[in-house]
Ligand binder design. Sequence first.
Ligand code: GLN
Ligand code: ZN
Length: 771
Amino acid sequence: MTIAANLGWPRIGPRRELKTALESFWSGKKSEDDLLADARALRVAARAVQRGRGISHIPCGDFALYDHVLETACSLGAIPAGYGWSGEGPVPLATLFALARGAPAGRFGPEPAPALELTKWFDTNYHYLVPRLSGETRFGLAHDRWTEAYAEARSEGVQTRPVLIGPVTFLLLSKREDQGDPLALLPSLLPAYGAILRNLAEAGAVWVQVDEPALVTDLPPGAHEAYALAYRGLADAAPGLKLLVATYFEGLRDNLATACALPVAGLHVDLVRAPDQLDAVLAAWPKDRWLSLGLVDGRNVWRTDLRAALAVARRAREAGFGERLMIAPSCSLLHVPHTVAMEDALDPALKRRLAFAVEKLEEVATLARGLDEGEGAIAARLAESDAVLAEAKADPRLNDPAVAARLAAITPEMERRASPYRERARKQAERLRLPPLPVTAIGSFPQTAEVRALRSRLARSEITQAQYEAEIERLIAEVVRWQDEIGVDVPVHGEFERNDMVKYFAEHLSGFAFTRHGWVQSYGSRCVAPPIIWADVSRPAPITVRWSAYAQSLTRRPMKGMLTGPVTMLQWSFARTDIPRETICRQIALALRDEVQDLERAGIAIIQIDEPAFREGLPLRRADRADYLRWAVACFRLASSGVRDETQIHTHMCYSEFNDIMAEIAALDADVISIETARSDMELLEAFLDFAYPNEIGPGVWDIHSPIVPTAERMAGLLRRAANRIPPERLWVNPDCGLKTRAWEEVRPAMANMVEAARILRAELAVPAAE
Ligand code: GLN
Ligand code: ZN
């Protein structure tokens, strides 16, 4: 019988219960036992939902309190020194959270313990913590979280499929502090994996899912051999277990032969992202083994075309896999919201087109049934799917002729600033009169309970729009005054009017829809509720101009206006699939271009267009990248180039490795770029130095993902490193990112320290201090 399988479940909970639990634990309101009990309740509920939807391969071990990569590292004993773990036995929660969030001086030693680096999980907006390994790392099974998870489900009578990050992917996602090849650690890592598999076999597990998404990437030298070695080791460790190697986010392409040579019982392939790999997979994967078909999109919110998906499954059956098929989502459902059922405010026609995690499992089970019992058995489901698709296709609201006309009228000049950077820089310097090493923030200041309460009171009509705006103005006035006092050269208004950098803009553009509970985990307790782009995008009216103009009226210093860039708007939304992403991005770029020009007209001399997701949109395969970069760069330039030379365009990026896209980052031709560099100790800056980035740079000097307040000396040290290689006249001083998630108790001293750090450096470099 065809197996209806799932690869992973959204762990945050339908109402973000995990977020609530974590945050009350961190603030001391909840005990460790309570936190663990809440986490368990979430897992129990998750199993019940999956079972109720007819899934027979339910994952376990996919849950994590903060991040599954971090928990894998901890369970494998791959923990750097200085985090309070003795090297023996289970890793204390304090160690886990210190690795995730950093710990202050005095907790584990005289120095603060920095958090591990945070980076994007493949091309998703989920962030994992990068394990720090070295030749000294002694892998050992510190804590068998997988067998524990399996036993927990088993105690309820539920047979589950444990999920492990495969050893090769785990190593490739890690960083070696001693610069060695992470794959060289494979022989010392394998015994720990062997132990897990033996424990699982002994506990009664039948199938084990081993995630190897690295198999869809361009593999580094040695990886093919590593795969062969690793899976020979795993197969030998527990010969009775059936291993399913899961690949997702792309096709296997040239790694297909490597995958097919692995001595495992099953292979999962992503047929949503890479439908064209079907023939090659059907031809190459041995017919006496299991094939898991990822037919339901785990990365987007749209319903599956059940008839088309069933046809694909049939082809697999006819190709000779017979009964040895699994139907599954394309990847873990971690990347989609929980259920459409809770959405009571969506346009009903749009709502019918959506499927979140719960509904996706229903689709999986329906397809499995249709494959076994024939179309007739799922006739009603097929008819419904057909009807919804037809209705969507015919919906006149999707296409706006005015948007099409503007798109058709884009000229190459619209994607170019009038003069080259050097000339612009001269005119900007004359206009702005900034000191060397100007200090600025990235845009947002703390989203306090007060700010959030204002928004919800407005939403509940407890205050009028006018009252709300007056309150926001009061908050803006406060932070403008404070920045003037401490000496921030380019102040920001704090973004208090924004709930979220994408949602806020989306709410002011047409073509977007919003969920009420559509939360997706971004990292740890941080969640985002991506808007849904379902129709053509345009800007009915100016968005931020009134706030920026008000803030500017309060100070003589140049106020920076902040917008979310077109690529990030697209990347952090769930996008329609009936037109190319490139077209959607151009539509957004045109809308933002109008906003940029309106800001300029309102006297805003510095405009920052945030593109933190620019790197994340990069296709996983090098061969696909040029095309993406072509349109992504063009869209940024379309949004930003409509201003005079004297107007300074900034961009901001974070959580990224920039090495492989430096030419394109330079091609954005922003006058200033701020990047996240503090957490990596300026390592990320290297790319800009090697490339000789031609415009101005603000390397982040404060890791804002950690609650630790950096001293002026620490930040001056980072600046010193940067100033060694970047001419001071092109260096800016700023935090790694926006400060909305931080508390004022951290922001006030840290910003003051940052100003002080800039003063120290200006004095050292013997350039005049701020006037
Ligand atoms: N301007 C945004 C802020 O300050 C940028 C956030 C981001 O890059 N993620 O919050
Ligand atoms: Zn950022």
